[in-house]
Design a protein around this ligand. Structure first.
Ligand code: PLP
Length: 344
C-alpha cells in the first residue's frame, strides 16, 4: 500500500490536476512502440500536426475506484478500448490494440496509486485516454504519426451536496449529423457543442437536449450524456438512434435494470411528443462522470415540461439504478461477471 496524497478528497471538483505519471505511446512507420510511463506532462508536436489543423483526435473517459475491501478497480475498461477502436477506424487513425489498451490503463493506475481516492471519500481517479495525429499534414488527409496517451486526475463527486435535478432545454442546433460522427468519441463533436452549452448557461439552463437532426422530433442525447426515461408504470425507456454515442454507463444500467432488478426496458425511438404528453415520471442523463444526473424539467421553446419527480431529488427508479451501479463499482454489490476489473 502506497501512502495516499494529502488531498482533501471531499472538496475536489471535476477539474484537472496534474498527477505523477501518464502513459505515452507513439505510432510511427506503421507500428506502435512499447509505450512508457513518464512524469513529463508536456506534449511537443510540430506546428502543422494533424490534430492542430484538422482535429484528428478522439478520447475516452473512465474511472479507477477503491472498493470497500481495499482493491483498486476500473469498470469495464474493455468497452472503452473497443469504443476507441471504433472511433479510430472512423477517423482513419491507427487502432491501439484492445488488450494493450487495458494493460496501459492498469499501468497508469498502478503508477498513480497514491492518487486513487480512498473508499467512501466520494472521489475517484478519472482516466482520460486520448489519441491525436502528431505528424504534419497540410493537404487534407490522415497523418502518418500518432500519439496515444492516458492522463489521470483525481475528481470529486460530480454533485456536491446531493444530486439536484437539472433543467435542460431543446437545442436549436444539432450535435450530430445523420450518418456523421455522433456515435464515436471524437473531440470535434465537443468543439462544435461549446457554443450551444455556453448559450444554454447564458439563458439559465444546465444542458442541451438534442433531437434527431433529420426530423427534430425524436430524443437523442445531451452534449456529453445519454438520456434515460422512466414511464409512469416504471418501464425504463432508452432512446435509440445511430447518432447517439453508445454510453457504457447507459448500457450497464440497461443490464442492471432488466437482469438484476427485473425492470422492463424499452430501447426504441422516442418522440419528444411523448414528453409533451406527460408519459414520463423520471428522466436522467447518464455517463461516467455523473453516473446519472436527474432531470427535473425540459424547456421547449417557451414551455417547461416538468417531471413528476420534481426539482428536489432523484426519482425512486433512477435512485435505485444509481445505487446499484455505484454499489457494483465500489464493490458492495455483486455485478455481472467481468464488469469490475481488479488492478490491485
Ligand atoms: C462519453 C459520452 C457519453 C457517456 O458515455 P460513458 O461511456 O457512459 O461515459 C454520452 N454521450 C456522449 C456524447 C459522450 O461523449
Amino acid at each position: 500500500m502506497v501512502e495516499k496524497k494529502n488531498i482533501d478528497w471531499s472538496s475536489l471538483g471535476f477539474n484537472y490536476q496534474k498527477t505523477d505519471y501518464r502513459f505515452v505511446s507513439n505510432y510511427k512507420n506503421g507500428a506502435w512502440d512499447e509505450g512508457v510511463l513518464t512524469d513529463d506532462d508536456k506534449v511537443v508536436i510540430t506546428e502543422c500536426a494533424g490534430v492542430l489543423q484538422y482535429s484528428q483526435s478522439c478520447f475516452e473517459g473512465l474511472k479507477a475506484y477503491t472498493t470497500k475491501d481495499g482493491h483498486i478497480v476500473t469498470f469495464r475498461p474493455d468497452l472503452n478500448a473497443e469504443r476507441m477502436k471504433n472511433s479510430c477506424e472512423r477517423l482513419e487513425m491507427p487502432v491501439y490494440p484492445v488488450d494493450k489498451w487495458v494493460e496501459a490503463v492498469e499501468k497508469v493506475v498502478r503508477a498513480n496509486e497514491a492518487w486513487v481516492a480512498p473508499y467512501g471519500s466520494g472521489a475517484t481517479l478519472y482516466l482520460r485516454p486520448y489519441m491525436f495525429a502528431s505528424s504534419a499534414v497540410i493537404g487534407v488527409k490522415p497523418a502518418e504519426e500518432y500519439q496515444f496517451r492516458i492522463l489521470t486526475t483525481p475528481v470529486g463527486p460530480y454533485f456536491k451536496g446531493g444530486a439536484k435535478p437539472i433543467t435542460i432545454r431543446i437545442s436549436d442546433y444539432d450535435r450530430a449529423a445523420p450518418h456523421g460522427t455522433g456515435h464515436i468519441k471524437a473531440g470535434l463533436n465537443y468543439a462544435m457543442s461549446l457554443y450551444q452549452i455556453m448559450d444554454a448557461h447564458r439563458n439559465g439552463f444546465d444542458e442541451n437536449l438534442y433531437l434527431d437532426p433529420a426530423t427534430r422530433t425524436k430524443i437523442e442525447e445531451t452534449g456529453g450524456a445519454n438520456v434515460l426515461l422512466v414511464k409512469k408504470d416504471g418501464t425504463i425507456v432508452i432512446p435509440k438512434s445511430p447518432s447517439i454515442l453508445p454510453s457504457i454507463t447507459r448500457r450497464s444500467l440497461v443490464t442492471i435494470a432488466s437482469d438484476m432488478l427485473g425492470m422492463k426496458v424499452e430501447e426504441r425511438e422516442v418522440e419528444f411528443q411523448e414528453v409533451r404528453d406527460g408519459e414520463f415520471a423520471e428522466c436522467g442523463l447518464c455517463g461516467t462522470a455523473a453516473v446519472i444526473s436527474p432531470v427535473g424539467r425540459i424547456f421547449d421553446h417557451g414551455t417547461y415540461y416538468e417531471m413528476p419527480s420534481g426539482m428536489e431529488a432523484m426519482g425512486p427508479v433512477i435512485q435505485k439504478l444509481y445505487d446499484t451501479l455505484t454499489g457494483i463499482q465500489m464493490g458492495t454489490i455483486e455485478g455481472p461477471e467481468g464488469w469490475v476489473h481488479v488492478i490491485d
